[in-house]
Design a binder for this molecule. Structure first.
Ligand code: AKG
Ligand code: FE2
Length: 416
């Protein structure tokens, strides 16, 4: 069993070393390595040669020519292949994700891995055309009650603003280079940048992430990244639009729930931006871009530029949120679930990676202000439907539930 796993690794690595050569060469190489467990290199070469496999011999010579030291012991040859391969990788100006296999510290326990990546795409979550003259409130309510998710199109945000925001964030992530620190929370004032931050179980996530507060804009803006130089201007423009869109959606939710008009006014601002860069990954079944979680917000708006990867749970099954260019994904957060006395659902979601596609997303969280009191709305509580949640100040809720995981203290600080 042990030999077999060593052989598998050799197949994999050698196949990458001799790119461009026919795959059967690799099979013959495996043959050679297999024989090496019983004999020494020369014997194996000879026996392969004697069997008439001249090209095995040529491949071996080619590898020697490339600088691969072939030693007599099978364990050593395994090590020398591996070490040389690593050295070659380090020489290149590769970024952290440009790897041919997934490093162990990115692989969660089996039960936490994505497993089945062939989840269905959900075409039943409502895609709501905001340019329609009527029926919007009902559709929004339906999506929020049944799935905790819906998408909006024709939302009125000019495409150029969306493209600019995506481009400037892509530039930001590209600029972090290959030496960015992993899994740490830098004590930068104003924004938090991490790559490969940790999931709850301590494994690294396959993403880079940028977070910063957004409200009030004029007090936050100078704390955001200043490279690329356009960052602050472009993202401020984006956030003004998001604020308008989210207020419009909250007003419709307000109406749908039958709350007094303006229930969310003055208590709900886009407080936090969290942008994610999920690069391609050699084996998406082993890694997570973002672990399963609930949002702590009232609502969250995600712009995903038409790329897949976001999944939510429905009846115990992970479902892909369809990738619609220019649409916004809207999901209900824990605070709105509380205010609606569970009429609307905050649903667990996660992000999986892809072998070929990069996902860049901009999540914006509309949160209550820190001193806001959160409790089920009075009009939704009665004898038949008693309050399902205790009253709590949002700040206490965040602290008590450690709402932003390892970032909780830093985010609370930034939001003050
Ligand atoms: O869409 C994404 O990439 C993840 C967004 C998300 O769920 C979050 O940031 O909480
Ligand atoms: Fe989320």
């Amino acid at each position: 069993m042990e030999n077999k796993s060593q052989l598998n690794i050799i197949i994999y690595e050698t196949s990458n070393l001799i790119k461009g050569l026919h795959v059967s060469y690799c099979i013959y190489l495996v043959n050679i390595v297999w024989h090496m467990q019983y004999t020494n290199v020369d014997d194996v070469v000879v026996s392969a040669y004697q069997l008439g496999h001249l090209y095995s011999f040529i491949v071996l010579k080619l590898l020697q020519f490339e600088g691969y030291k072939l030693v007599k012991n099978s364990k050593d040859i395994f090590m020398s292949f591996r070490d040389l391969h690593m050295e070659m990788k380090e020489d290149k100006d590769a970024r952290w994700f440009e790897l041919e296999c997934v490093p162990e510290d990115y692989i969660p326990l089996k039960e936490n891995r994505p497993q089945n990546l062939d989840s269905p795409v959900c075409d039943s979550i409502p895609v709501i055309d905001l340019a329609k003259p009527n029926g919007l409130v009902e559709e929004i309510l339906k999506g929020s009650q049944e799935f905790g998710f819906f998408q909006v199109i024709n939302h009125g945000i000019p495409e150029k603003i969306l493209i600019d925001a995506m481009n400037v964030l892509k530039e930001f992530f590209d600029m972090q280079g290959k030496n960015a620190p992993t899994g740490t929370i830098p004590d930068k004032k104003g924004y938090i940048y991490t790559r490969s931050d940790f999931a709850d179980d301590g494994t690294n996530l396959w993403r880079e992430n940028l977070k910063h507060p957004c409200h009030p804009l004029e007090r936050c803006i100078h704390l955001w990244p200043d490279t690329p130089t356009r960052y602050q201007e472009v993202i401020a423009t984006y956030l003004v639009e998001i604020q308008k869109l989210s207020s419009r959606i909250l007003e419709m939710i307000d109406e749908g729930l039958g709350l007094e008009q303006g229930h969310f006014k003055n208590t709900s601002e886009v407080q936090l931006l969290s942008s994610n860069f999920y690069p391609p990954c050699a084996d998406p079944s082993l890694t997570l871009g973002l672990s399963p979680h609930f949002d702590t917000s009232l609502i969250s708006l995600v712009y995903q530029g038409g790329s897949p990867g976001l999944q939510f749970i429905k009846d115990g099954q992970w479902i892909n949120v369809g990738a619609i260019p220019n649409a916004f994904v809207v999901n209900i957060g824990n605070q709105l679930e509380i205010i609606s006395n569970k009429k609307l659902k905050s649903v667990q979601h996660r992000v999986v990676t892809s072998t070929h596609a990069t996902r860049l997303s901009i999540a914006t969280f509309v949160n209550p202000s820190l001193d806001c009191i959160i409790e089920p709305a009075k009009v939704l509580v009665n004898e038949l439907e008693p309050s399902l949640y205790p009253t709590s100040q949002y700040k206490d809720y965040v602290q008590r539930t450690n709402a932003f995981g390892a970032y909780t203290a830093a985010i609370l600080n930034a939001m003050r």
